[in-house]
Ligand binder design. Sequence first.
Ligand SMILES: Cc1cc2nc3c(=O)[nH]c(=O)nc-3n(C[C@H](O)[C@H](O)[C@H](O)COP(=O)(O)O)c2cc1C
Length: 211
Amino acid sequence: MKISDLRIDYILKSLDEKEVTASPIDQFKIWFEEALKAKVLEVNAMTLSTVRQDGLPNSRIVLLKGVDEGFIFFTNYSSTKGKELNDHPYAALTFFWPELERQVRLIGKVSKISPEESDEYFFSRPYSSQVGAWASPQSQPIPNRQFLEDNEKKLREKFDQQSMKRPDNWGGYRLLASEVEFWQGRASRLHDRVLYTQVLEGSWKIQRLAP
Ligand SMILES: Cc1cc2nc3c(=O)[nH]c(=O)nc-3n(C[C@H](O)[C@H](O)[C@H](O)COP(=O)(O)O)c2cc1C
């Protein structure tokens, strides 16, 4: 099988710029609910793209953990992505929901959520994940796997469930989108694309883009 021969024709659904909601957040919620119903695997997994200091892009998957006026995810603030967001607080998020032949792309400004919001999520996680957040100096070179396991053991001795704290360098970010694109795969590569661009706070221009 040649990679170049892999091909799927998209036939499931359509998207009309006259039928979407006025706000991309509402449209995202509708699509997210549909993705949940369609049992999309890892439906809240999204590619987070940041900009490195040398101008090169950098992408990795993180999990969406909430949607309010923005899109919330959690990570280690001292990680590579944390440093990149500190230097350049803009990012892109991309969802791919193959079961529905859909993609959603967002671009926006990123800021840390409040310590209280980070605490709320941190303490809702299982104890083992809380220990894991402490045990991993995310994105740093480490000598071997044993280093992590030794760290974990020490941290389980240091903190029990009652005395657990959130690491200062672990918490959430919120991306406030200024552009959001919804992509629906269609037959013959004539896909539907609807782009929202923020014109004023709370007000959006809606355009259809060529696929
Ligand atoms: C399905 C999946 C979900 C992930 N979720 C997160 C997440 O929510 N937060 C996080 O920091 N890393 C998450 N990761 C790991 C990141 O992709 C990445 O390896 C890590 O954050 C280090 O990235 P960085 O060195 O660019 O900072 C996830 C990876 C996968 C494959």
